[in-house]
Design a protein around this ligand. Sequence first.
Ligand code: SIN
Length: 297
Amino acid sequence: MTIENTNTPGSTSGWAALPWSRLDGPVGLELAGIDVRQLAPEIIHAAIAEAQLLVFRDQRLDPLALTEFAARLGTPEQYPYANPLHDAPYVVPIIKEPEDRANFGGDWHTDTSYLEQPPAFTLLLAVETPPTGGDTLFADMYGAYAALSPRLQEWLDTLAARNVSGMVHDSGGAHAAVAGAIRGNRAAKAAEAVHPVVRVHPVTGRPALYLSRIHSEHFIGLTREESVPLIDYLQNFAVRPERCSRLRWAPGTLAIWDNRCLQHYPLNDYHGHRREMHRIILAGERPRGLFEAPRDA
Ligand code: SIN
């Protein structure tokens, strides 16, 4: 079922009554001059359903305040593959030191899609940012699905993919070169989950492409060899520049994004400088596919 969003630009209640501007690109809304803690969770949820990504500047949130704010929006979850802050068990510090080369999450992905119930939302607060670089790109997965040919859409609607943690977190995985506390935690149990390739968003009812090259290992019913060319094609297609918005961070910038309809890519173009972010993930639901949903929903 599609839930109608009444908070469209121009209305005088909800988020639209606040000072807002769109990021350049198809996703993202910046709400200016606001202490995010003053906003009702319903307003934030409505804005995120509209824009997929929310950006707030100049937020003063220590790890406890960030946790308390996150807990008003949803249920914070512990991320098993990195060490949280000592006194804030839901806050994962994502730090790249000047001498580090690899960055955390340094390829297109949606967060932890190898879990049975991947996080719905991620909150990321910039603590320290490089003088230039270190932006994050966000790609619209509703737009990616909508732009595919109808016959390919129809086929993808019926497909599921096996998503595995090992492609990132194993010793040979993408995070093996990431330093310190955010390196893949070897003690964490490997996870895998089968999810629909086309995911119906539980709030908006819109279909979104839901796979990624670094998490999706193969399509169910196809071999890895058969799957890879299609995964590659869809990944490249999904993140074409016209589907991307770019977020420039500064200390105090807080982003909240919806993993169910976005992919993100943190740029690694700031060697020699430090970048520190604090991240919390909020619980989501088991992804639902179009083929499980009534067509007229
Ligand atoms: C992540 O993938 O969660 C980190 C994003 C970033 O550092 O910008």
